[in-house]
Design a protein around this ligand. Structure first.
Ligand SMILES: Nc1nc2c(ncn2[C@@H]2O[C@H](COP(=O)(O)OP(=O)(O)OP(=O)(O)O)[C@@H](O)[C@H]2O)c(=O)[nH]1
Ligand SMILES: [Mg+2]
Length: 351
């Protein structure tokens, strides 16, 4: 039988050090990439975006499973969405499992969060059977997950799927209360379908479905530590009295036009610096400080602008992979400039 790496699911091989599954040691259960990730937090080679959506869904289609646990990053919610997932997995029961709850401010109630999730799913046209908020407490997590497995699993293997970096492998490690699967902050860690037995049920960890439009895709690997929050984000609040411009590192520029009064509240990693200037000074500010005060930067500078006229209601300007800015008050328009591959969208405020 073909031996597979226990951490990432890749077929083990000893001929190509730059290819998935490489191990120089006969009889290893982990490939060299997983070994180095687990022990030294060192990425030997990057898959960057994850695996193509068609490829993962096609492989899921041939799996003997009734239930799909769809892992969704609650902090990077919009980037976690997979439009059309309920149609593409027709015939399977989908239970959404929200991870990274701990990154959201503790003041957000579970009820509010579940309401938000259902209303966004409706807007995306996605139907799921249930929404679970993944508990940090392993006992509670088990209770919730095995409840869904008993109800919808039909005694078959259970697929654990979602976008790259959503937290699938971490979720399964928590569920099994062991650290068998490799997890890391680098998107594209799991490389192939990788079964793991937990309490007599086979769960199948799957490779992350590619995230193409996230800022995480165009930042340098060494900057991911700064971009991805590791503790609850602390809202950073700015009162507005005139036209202002905000720089999030050297990655994103957010301009507010036609401001009478209002506020801008940023929800992103605490490690990312935010600078504000008057809008009239913003061009000169960027020219002078880009790459120095304005850090980190992307290989490719922000060049694509998303514009939205703001209604009175509170809105979030969401930057995929980074977080969001909640805007309220009398503001005519917001312009968000990001690197070309990054998506910005506007939604009714999450919090
Ligand atoms: N704060 C926080 N971080 C989490 C949580 N779950 C996962 N992470 C982090 O998110 C990153 C990605 O986790 P993984 O488990 O590797 O994600 P994945 O979905 O398996 O990723 P791929 O295999 O690349 O598709 C890691 O840095 C984890 O530590 C969570 O509940 N809270
Ligand atoms: Mg994984």
């Amino acid at each position: 039988m073909t031996a597979r790496c226990k951490g990432c699911g890749a077929v083990l091989q000893s001929s190509d050090p730059q290819a998935p599954g490489y191990t120089p040691k006969e009889g290893s259960v982990y490939c060299q990439r997983c070994y180095r990730l687990i022990h030294y937090d060192d990425l030997t080679f990057s898959m960057r975006t994850g695996i193509s959506e068609d490829q993962v869904l096609e492989q899921m289609g041939s799996a003997d499973a009734k239930l799909v646990l769809w892992i969704v990053d609650l902090f990077d919610f919009e980037a976690s969405m997979i439009p059309g997932i309920s149609r593409k997995l027709d015939g399977r029961t989908i239970v959404l499992c929200g991870t990274k709850r701990d990154l959201l401010p503790a003041t957000v109630s579970d009820t509010r969060l579940v309401q938000f999730i259902y209303s966004r799913l409706k807007e995306y046209g996605i139907r799921v059977k249930e929404v679970l908020l993944c508990e940090q407490d392993p006992e509670k997590l088990r209770e919730d997950v095995f409840g869904a497995v008993r109800a919808y699993g039909g005694g078959r293997p259970v697929l654990v799927a979602g976008r790259a970096n959503a937290g699938k492998s971490t979720f399964l490690n928590r569920l099994s209360q062991q650290a068998v699967l490799t997890s890391s902050r680098y998107p594209g860690t799991t490389l192939d379908f990788n079964p793991i037995e937990i309490e007599g049920i086979t769960f199948i960890d799957t490779p992350g479905i590619e995230i193409r439009h996230s800022l995480l895709m165009c930042t340098r690997e060494e900057d991911l530590r700064q971009l991805i929050p590791v503790q609850a984000v602390k809202p950073r609040v700015y009162q507005l009295h005139d036209e202002q411009s905000f720089a999030i590192g050297g990655l994103v520029r957010l301009d507010l036009l036609g401001v009478e009064k209002g506020s801008a509240v940023f929800y992103c990693s605490r490690a990312l610096p935010i600078h504000r200037t008057r809008l009239a000074n913003a061009d000169a500010f960027w020219q002078k400080h880009y790459g120095e005060l304005l850090q980190p930067i992307c290989a490719e500078a922000a060049s694509r602008t998303f514009t939205e006229r703001l209604p009175q209601a509170k809105m979030d300007a969401v930057i995929a992979g980074l977080g969001w800015c909640a805007l309220s008050g009398k503001i005519r328009e917001v312009q968000v400039r990001v690197p070309a591959q990054t998506e910005v969208l506007f939604r009714k405020a999450m919090l």
